[in-house]
Design a protein around this ligand. Structure first.
Ligand code: FES
Length: 380
């Protein structure tokens, strides 16, 4: 790549980025499921705006040249794309570690074999619950639960690594012990027990999803017991809901530091929710080489490092550990993406957040707004 062709300004002193490790390639926002906590933006990108097979192949080549190690094919549901096997094979040949993040409801036995043959190394299957009636109500898709269990078996038969991702909230936490048992029975190496994070669709559904503090404490106890009992059998990762946290999470490992997303239409985003921050301008892989975008993108440089921080983050001893927490959450709750993440106990909004979580959870409104291209459909 010829640096002289770059027109954008240099990043500010001290913020020059290291090489990115991994990319989330959101091939499409199309999905047969309608989960009310979907991480896609509320404004979904139409199929007509998706990158072509050739675009993605060029981008995958640029990722490998940039030093990216892992590509996570995601969506929406990436199996909607007819060229998924072609893209996986291309990424494997380019030397990238490949992971498929899927609901698994569109898998066929033949497709699993084709993906394994193409070099797919790892599959992450989402679980909405442990029982079919609840899981299918949450996902808004009938027949999906049994299909996931069957497809997970095919993944293991093909020798691919399997992770299960269980997004937890007030309406499915009672099924957590059974979900842990299912992960063992399905032959998963890893289970992610991830409480909902409240951006985009999940923020719209917060009142129907927020757990009570008692539920959270019980979930933590169950996870810790499972981690001890299943050591060497199943690794269990645990993400607690920010609203009940004391310290903020190191969101994305720090903004523009190790990871980035590419949206279905080619926008390069520091995280899946960054489009919720109004006023940011994102560069597109349609218009510039990835190496240039990684270095010079205005959006990626805005909250890179620690130079942008205000007090109390600026003088905090944890500034280099959590990089100020989540910028999207700061924007959603404080109205300023440069504010301290309200998940942090040092934020002036923290106490309000904590009591809001408790109040919404106790109110017990259970009705979902399902995610779809029409802006959401209320549960009937
Ligand atoms: Fe965007 Fe946390 S989700 S910074």
């Amino acid at each position: 790549m010829d640096d002289r062709a770059f027109a954008a300004p240099e990043p500010a002193a001290g913020t020059a980025p290291a090489l990115p490790m991994a990319v989330l390639a959101e091939l499409t926002h199309r999905c047969p499921l309608q989960c009310p906590y979907c991480s896609n933006p509320v404004e979904l990108e139409a199929a007509s705006r998706e990158l072509s097979t050739e675009d993605w192949q060029r981008v995958i080549g640029e990722l490998a040249a940039l030093g990216v190690l892992q590509i996570h094919f995601s969506g929406g549901e990436p199996l909607v794309r007819r060229d998924l096997v072609t893209l996986v094979a291309h990424a494997d040949r380019a030397g990238l570690y490949t992971n498929l993040i899927t609901s698994a409801v569109m898998f066929t036995r033949a497709k699993v074999a084709e993906l394994a043959e193409a070099g797919l190394a790892h599959v992450q299957v989402s679980l909405q619950g442990a029982s079919a009636p609840l899981a299918e109500r949450i996902g808004g898709f009938r027949g999906g639960h049994a299909k996931k269990i069957e497809a997970a078996g095919w993944v293991r038969e093909e020798g691919m690594a399997l992770t299960l991702n269980a997004v937890m909230h007030r309406q499915n936490l009672d099924e957590l012990p059974r979900i842990i048992d299912m992960a063992v029975e399905m032959g998963a190496q890893r289970l992610e027990v991830a409480h909902v994070q409240y951006y985009g669709w999940a923020l719209k559904n917060r009142a129907a999803l927020m757990p009570t503090l008692a539920q959270l404490d019980e979930a933590t106890r169950i996870v810790e017991e499972g981690q001890a009992r299943l050591a060497g059998v199943l690794a269990i990762d645990y993400v607690i809901p920010d609203y009940y946290a004391v310290r903020p999470k190191t969101c994305m490992g720090g903004w523009g530091r190790q990871f980035f997303n590419i949206s279905p239409s080619g926008k390069v985003l520091p995280c899946h929710a960054a489009e919720t921050i109004t006023g940011l301008r994102f560069d597109s892989v349609r218009e510039a080489p990835l190496a240039e975008i990684w270095q010079r993108s205005e959006a990626l440089n805005l909250y890179r490092g620690t130079g942008w921080m205000q007090e109390p983050c600026r003088s905090c001893i944890h500034a280099e550990e959590d990089f100020g927490g989540c910028r999207c959450q700061a924007f959603a709750l404080a109205g300023d993406a440069a504010a301290t993440d309200p998940a942090c106990a040092k934020s002036p909004l923290h106490a309000r957040l904590f009591s809001l979580a408790g109040a919404e959870a106790e109110a017990g409104s259970d009705r979902f707004l399902y995610r779809n291209f029409s802006g959401g459909t209320p549960e009937g």
